[in-house]
Design a protein around this ligand. Structure first.
Ligand SMILES: [Zn+2]
Length: 221
């Protein structure tokens, strides 16, 4: 008889904390799933370490694996023909890498690379299709994350064109800190000072995210 891996661990408050492959889940998309979905989704995921500079998928090439980041930070890069690249998005434990797969597409115009090492849960392209068929909630969460990343890319495009480098740096540091829950990117002594130094883009993205969160909490689906 094969022992099934545990899907949760009991916390001190008595609630079940979800686990994948023996690792506690911090990824917010997975944490948002109802416990009845855990059994059909978690066994398809495997725990992986993610090293700095590791390319999760290359621009224009087939996406073999999708990733739910549990820690660390990934950069979404737009790659130009001369090899130069520009960051157009950031993904951490709030997000997912491999979005074209969610809508049945197999390549991405962007490259996604690990910027700060961490860990995550990996699923093959075929495995992702399987779990999306099993969970309407996961499908909906990932479709909403498409909107979040697209909003981020358009705001960052405007920011890179119009705002000063020191304001953009402050905005970028705040975005990194939100995604890795840590001030170790550089030592961030005062988040409030950083907010004062940042351009309006950080607050604009936060405001839109809050609005969408309240809309999704109020929606029937
Ligand atoms: Zn800006």
């Amino acid at each position: 008889m094969v022992n099934k891996p545990a899907l949760s661990r009991r916390k001190s408050d008595g609630k079940a904390a979800p686990m994948v492959d023996g690792t506690l889940v911090s990824n917010e998309l997975l944490l948002s799933l109802p416990p009845e979905d855990w059994e059909s989704i978690f066994p398809e995921l495997s725990s992986v370490q993610l090293r700095t500079h590791e390319v999760l998928h290359e621009s224009g090439e087939p996406i073999r694996f999708a990733y739910f980041l549990n820690s660390g930070l990934a950069s979404v890069l737009s790659v130009l023909s001369d090899g130069k690249s520009v960051e157009v998005g950031l993904t951490g434990k709030e997000g997912f890498v491999g979005l074209p797969l969610v809508v049945g597409l197999s390549t991405s115009p962007t490259r996604t690379v690990i910027q700060i090492e961490g860990a995550g849960f990996r699923v093959s392209a075929a495995g992702l299709m399987k779990i999306l068929r099993r969970s309407e909630t996961l499908t909906q969460r990932l479709q909403r994350y498409v909107q979040v990343l697209s909003m981020q890319a358009s705001q960052v495009a405007a920011c890179n064109r119009i705002h000063e480098v020191d304001e953009r740096l402050a905005r970028w540091l705040l975005m990194c800190q939100d995604r890795i829950n840590s001030d170790t990117v550089v030592t961030i002594e005062s988040r409030e000072n950083l907010k004062d130094a940042a351009c309006e883009c950080y607050e604009a993205m936060q405001r839109q995210s809050r609005n969408w969160l309240s809309e999704s909490n109020n929606s029937v689906r």
